[in-house]
Design a protein. Structure first.
Length: 390
């Protein structure tokens, strides 16, 4: 069917049972039964496609995977218990000892820890390029480089990387291009259309979108997905059927939610840019964003995340947080509730100041995940808190 993404998000559904339920039922079962010895043999030999055990497959996780794969224009996918399990499972399944990754310097904190602390245990090394200077990627590629990795927009800096350029480089050097598309969602950006081989999501964020469950997914080329699936199935990072059911239902409203997140975020970013207490604002669809032209080329809207700098540094950042009245202080993002984080004193406080600045995290930087409340109410709380930082 050639339905549009919004329709696929709603109408991609597993087969109905004999009850003819309208909404997908929840399949809470650890295993599935066999008819007889021959059915058992054929099922384990994978001669037929059927559910055996929920660590392998489950109708609810299959529906979730099919939905995300369709929205990302991918051939197939694997579901994981969390976004980090998807990131780790993807690398662990595809890389061998001695392999090398080229990654953007600015990546999600736990992904950075994976590169610096855990993958080196298996002799897998990583070199980093600056998001402002992707031209240096070619200098970092070695004979043993296997994966080119990036997030766009990045967390928490909201930098944008040119997907068409990364796709071209990956093809030229025969690398796998793996993109964490968590901030954009498939509704705003589909990296596979620009040459990505695999796309990873933390479904915890905008896919659930209501801050309830954790989940992750990797989608992409069938033969790569097969490797990742076998790794996941044998190592046990499977998504729970309940979480898959919640997220799959949430994806039905992803496009309308993301539309509202984006329209409010753009209005708030514009208002922040004019605010006397604000030093700088970074939002992909503000013309002042350093990669505005690239963002316009590959994203249909700017997303839900804004980063901005408050005049007065660390102290002002902390004062601002303390003056917030009802918006949430939390480390999650992509929620219906607006969330504010101060990376320098929380998620990135363990980095040295130099390391923080290298990925664009200044002392006064605030990460704002714009929720679905009325944008005037959101801005009013931010504004009253900003006025108290002086
Ligand atoms: C949150 C996040 C992850 C990790 O996802 P979890 O579901 O928390 O494990 C990975 N990448 C990005 C960009 C994220 O924001």
């Amino acid at each position: 069917m050639s339905h549009k993404l919004e329709t696929k998000a709603i109408r991609t559904q597993m087969e109905r049972s004999s009850f003819l339920e309208h909404s997908t039922p929840l399949h809470l079962t650890s295993s599935f039964v066999f008819e007889d010895a021959e059915d058992m043999r054929a099922s384990f030999a994978e001669e037929k496609e059927r559910n055996i055990y929920s660590r392998f497959t489950n109708p609810n996780t299959s529906e979730f995977i099919t939905k995300v794969a369709q929205m990302e224009a991918a051939e197939d996918g694997v579901a994981f218990a969390t976004g980090m399990a998807a990131v780790f499972g993807t690398f662990a399944a595809l890389l061998d000892s001695g392999d090398h990754i080229v990654s953007a310097r600015s990546v999600f904190g736990s992904t950075h820890t994976l590169f610096t602390k855990y993958l080196p245990k298996w002799n897998i090394s990583t070199s980093y390029f600056k998001v402002e200077n992707p031209a240096e990627i070619e200098d970092l590629i070695q004979p043993n480089t296997k994966i080119l990795y990036a997030e766009t927009p990045t967390n928490p800096g909201v930098d944008v990387l040119d997907l068409a350029y990364l796709g071209k480089l990956a093809k030229k050097h025969n690398l796998l291009l793996v993109i964490d598309n968590c901030f954009a969602t498939p509704y705003l950006q589909q990296p596979i259309k620009f040459g990505a081989d695999l796309v990873i999501h933390s479904a915890t964020k905008l896919m659930d979108g209501q801050g309830r469950v954790l989940g992750g997914v990797t989608v992409g080329k069938k033969e790569l997905i097969r490797e990742i699936y076998l790794f996941a199935r044998n190592t046990g990072s499977s998504l729970s059927p309940f979480n898959a059911w919640v997220i799959s239902k949430s994806i039905e409203t992803l496009p309308v939610r993301v539309d509202r997140h984006c329209s409010s975020a753009l209005k708030i970013a514009e208002a922040l840019e004019k605010h006397p207490q604000v030093e700088w604002v970074k939002y992909p669809f503000l013309p002042s964003h350093p990669q505005y032209e690239i963002a316009k080329k590959q994203m249909s809207q700017g997303g839900s995340i804004i980063s901005f700098g408050i005049k007065g540094g660390l102290e002002a950042g902390r004062n601002f947080i303390n003056a917030i009245s009802w918006l949430s202080l939390s480390s999650n993002l992509g929620d219906s509730r607006t969330i504010i984080t101060h990376p320098a004193s929380t998620t990135h406080s363990k980095l040295s100041e130099d390391d923080r600045l290298a990925v664009g995290i200044t002392d006064g930087m605030i990460r704002l995940s714009v929720g679905l409340e009325h944008f005037e109410d959101i801005f009013e709380d931010i504004n009253q808190a900003l006025l108290k930082t002086v």
